[in-house]
Design a binder for this molecule. Structure first.
Ligand SMILES: Cc1ncc(COP(=O)(O)O)c(C=O)c1O
Length: 465
């Protein structure tokens, strides 16, 4: 018997693969407080470029950054502060994303560098950032790196007493007083309180350190710094922090005769990623930048500083500038049913490159619009590790092996925290302002991982024992 003819809609020779039918409860049409089903069904382009073109050219997984978004966001945030305070300086937080292309875009827009180790310091210098435009934070700054930072005029934020002693010795060798700043921690009414960095302000330790610096012939107080937390949803906390920093600055003026030249309020503004623990999506809960800016600048304005002494406001905003500009394209490598009948897919990117899935409920969007019923799906990464879950549950339509997905926002903390655990790290591209696509980090090869290792001859394969 000859096989039945293909349906008229199917061109001869392109028969679709047979997918066995499954019966599932259809829940995706049920209304919730945000309306019906998923708000967005697919994402076929990133910044105007078809996802399928990117996949064809660079493969997956693939990180994609949008230059236009980076620049536009930076300018918007900067303007929001500039209209509220006359002297504002952003310092780009390298730990949030240290890709050269991303850092250069922010420096090009006028940001300094904010670094927390000698390695990050060297990254900034390699990119041409002068020492005077580097803010040097962190709880461990090796003595040699402090010496370099002093010589190059970087803004050193002292974290603890041992560093203070170290710096005083270096400043003594230096031959003239070295301006330094101190990091302080404080209660801002939020939990958890970040008490492990810097000096305690509420208990008086910070003021003692100000006294100590005022008494030193080798040091002078150039600034005050605090970083009260990350993904902070309460702008009021910044109002408290700014108020307390202004008070400390005024006490410092009483002791030294002059105000510190800058107040640094750190980073921590929330991005538009939703936390697992959040009931409502970030689009409904994340305060606008204006709310943070109002909270910070109101106490500064209320302090009534003279125009010639008004301190510069430094901000080390990280995730709120870069998160939304980053997407990750991954592909489905398997589709399966879990023992309870729930649907699951395995994709080619997991916790190794998407560390933030531990706390973010990332959007996972098919890049092809195939239609079909949406069903609760667990998205697993490719690692042979039980914890490798990108989304425990997300509504997705039927997907086939090879289908691309876009995961976002992923621009903050993933590049810098990615691991070569089980798999190598993927390529990264930048979609330029004019639509050009540049490879800004190639996919890793085995030598990138194994290159630094040395195998003793006696263990070499084939060595006679
Ligand atoms: C000292 C300091 N500044 C800035 C940042 C950037 O923070 P965020 O990405 O939350 O804006 C961090 C990150 O934790 C930090 O530790």
């Amino acid at each position: 018997m000859s096989p039945p003819p293909a349906p008229a809609s199917e061109p001869a020779g392109e028969r679709q693969a047979y997918v066995p039918p499954t019966i599932v409860a259809h829940q995706s049409g049920l209304a919730n407080k945000f309306g019906r089903g998923p708000t967005r069904r697919s994402l076929t382009r990133i910044d105007g470029v078809p996802v399928t073109d990117l996949v064809e050219r660079f493969g997956t997984p693939l990180f994609v950054f949008g230059e236009r978004r980076l620049r536009r966001r930076f300018r918007d945030v900067q303007r929001t502060f500039n209209v509220r305070w006359p002297k504002v300086q952003f310092a780009w937080s390298y730990k949030t994303n240290h890709l050269d292309a991303v850092c250069r875009i922010f420096h090009d827009e006028g940001a300094w560098a904010e670094v927390v180790s000698e390695v990050e310091y060297a990254m900034a210098r390699r990119l041409g950032v002068p020492g005077e435009q580097i803010v040097f934070n962190g709880p461990y700054k090796p003595t040699e790196s402090l010496r370099t930072a002093v010589a190059e005029g970087a803004h050193i934020h002292i974290d603890h007493h041992d560093e203070l002693w170290d710096l005083e010795r270096i400043a003594c060798e230096h031959g003239r007083p070295v301006p330094v700043a101190i990091r302080v921690n404080m209660d801002t009414g939020t939990y958890p309180r970040w008490g492990r960095f810097g000096f305690d302000l509420d208990g008086g330790e910070a003021l003692d350190v100000v006294r100590r610096i005022a008494a030193s012939p080798h040091l002078e107080l150039g600034g005050l710094h605090t970083h009260i937390g990350t993904y902070m949803l309460a702008p009021e906390a910044y109002g408290i922090a700014a108020t307390k920093l202004v008070e400390l600055a005024q006490r410092a003026r009483e002791l030294t005769g002059r105000l510190p030249r800058y107040l640094d309020l750190g980073g921590g503004f929330a991005s538009h990623a939703t936390l697992h623990a959040q009931y409502s999506p970030a689009s409904d809960t994340v305060p606008p930048i204006e709310a943070y800016a109002d909270a910070i600048t109101t106490p500064l304005l209320a302090a009534g500083f003279r125009a010639d002494e008004a301190p510069t406001l430094i901000l080390e905003t990280g995730r709120a500038l870069v998160d939304d500009a980053g997407s990750l394209i991954a592909r489905v490598v398997a589709s399966k049913r879990l023992p309870g009948g729930a649907r699951a897919i395995v994709i080619d990117a997991g916790l190794n490159v998407l560390f933030t899935s531990l706390w973010y409920r990332h959007e996972v969007l098919p890049a092809l619009d195939r239609g079909g019923l949406f069903e609760d799906t667990t998205v697993f990464g490719p690692l042979c590790m039980n914890i490798d879950v990108v989304r425990p549950s997300v509504l997705l339509p039927p997907l086939e092996v090879g289908d691309p997905l876009v995961i976002r926002p992923v621009g903050a903390y993933n590049v810098t925290q990615s691991l070569q655990f089980i798999r190598l790290r993927p390529a990264m591209v930048l979609i330029g302002d004019g639509g050009q696509i540049d490879l800004i980090r190639r996919a890793e090869e085995l030598d990138d991982l194994k290159g630094p290792e040395r195998l003793p001859d006696r263990l070499a394969p084939g060595h006679a024992r």
